[in-house]
Design a protein around this ligand. Structure first.
Ligand code: ISE
Length: 335
């Protein structure tokens, strides 16, 4: 029987997930599209053939004709709706971040622990991206030797109007905070955050530069530049004692003209990570079917670790200097 999925939130990511479920996920049905704005829900539902629409997220989660939830509503609703899914006993794929507060992530963790199973898969889709996957495999097979540094660049064309300065750390950087921790198999112990001199730091999407230290002694740097102007550009390099691995973005053509060769950048993250989203959602469908949590996916514990590092980053930005990161002991539910 087809798995009936409800999508909560019909914004950019909700629409993209609706497309994937409707067109690229055999065995899943787009059952309900729910959004606070009914016309937005209706538009996406009509475009991708959903059976119904709603403006009530918790009511949608509880419906008898819904088997699994995809949460793509604004950041501050992620944890409360994840809790509602756990309460209803339904698996949820929740967009990142799980919460902007590590304390709130712990509430989700406690809810899963008290039920003795995992329900929430987190949408840190880069773990499914083939370039990060191969980077991790290159490290794990020993070819690089011990990993010592990881460089990360995350650039958007233009920050959305609702983006505050801090959101570079709490909304954009969690991708790198999660994927670097995943690739290195390490945890963060401290973070320092810098901004270039002479910029208006409160400006929407002002650049931020972070340096993290891990419990294996590695250094991880992350540049977030949400107003890079020229294109969506995510780069990374993992440096080991015996070599290094660069990420390549999928680029299918190189154009020549006017004595120049050039490649096109995407306008945002969806084309760059299209395959990662597809594989992530496929893994979620398998999780719903089998109850076995996907080995490489992020879970509520990973969401907590990313939020803890982001919170420390916000503090480091505010007061300057280095902030240590101390996490709780990991409950045995999470591997
Ligand atoms: C956004 O929320 C995302 O999730 C994108 O993947 C990222 O590139 C962007 O910077 C974030 O703000």
């Amino acid at each position: 029987m087809s798995v009936r999925i409800a999508i909560i939130g019909a914004g950019i990511m909700g629409a993209d997930h609706a497309r994937i479920v409707a067109e690229d996920l055999p065995g899943a049905t787009l059952q309900v599209v729910c959004d606070a704005a009914p016309e937005r829900a209706r538009k996406i539902a009509e475009e991708f053939g959903a059976a119904d629409v709603s403006i009530d997220p918790v009511g949608t989660i509880g419906r008898g004709d819904v088997d699994a939830i995809l949460i793509a509503s604004p950041d501050e609703t992620h944890a409360p709706l994840s809790l509602a899914a756990i309460e209803a006993g339904k698996p949820a794929l929740c967009e990142k971040p799980l919460s902007q507060s590590a304390k709130e992530c712990l509430v989700v963790i406690e809810a899963e622990v008290s039920r003795g199973r995992q329900f929430v898969q987190l949408g840190f889709m880069r773990r499914f991206d083939p370039s990060y996957r191969d980077m991790k495999a290159g490290l794990d097979d020993g070819a690089l030797g011990h990993a010592i540094m990881m460089h990360n660049f995350h650039r958007n064309v233009e920050a959305p109007a609702n983006f505050t300065g801090q959101m570079a750390i709490t909304n954009s950087a969690p991708h790198e905070l999660d994927v670097a921790r995943f690739v290195l198999g390490a945890d963060y112990t401290a973070i320092s955050v810098f901004q270039p001199a002479g910029i208006n730091a409160s400006r929407t999407g002002a650049p931020v530069f972070m340096v993290l230290e891990t419990d294996k002694g590695q250094l991880v740097n992350i540049e977030i530049n949400n107003n890079a102007a020229y294109g969506y550009d995510v780069r990374g390099e993992l440096v080991g004692e015996k070599g290094s691995i660069f990420l390549n973005a999928p680029v299918y053509i190189r154009q020549n003209g006017q004595l120049m060769a050039y490649e096109r950048y995407a306008t945002d993250w969806r084309p760059r990570f299209a395959e990662a989203y597809r594989l992530q959602n496929k893994a979620f469908l398998n999780f719903v079917r089998t109850g076995v949590f996907p080995v490489i996916a992020s879970d509520a514990w990973d969401g907590y670790c990313a939020s803890l590092a982001a919170e420390a980053g916000v503090e480091a930005l505010r007061k300057g200097g280095r902030v240590t990161i101390a996490k709780m002991d990991k409950p045995s539910l999470y591997h």
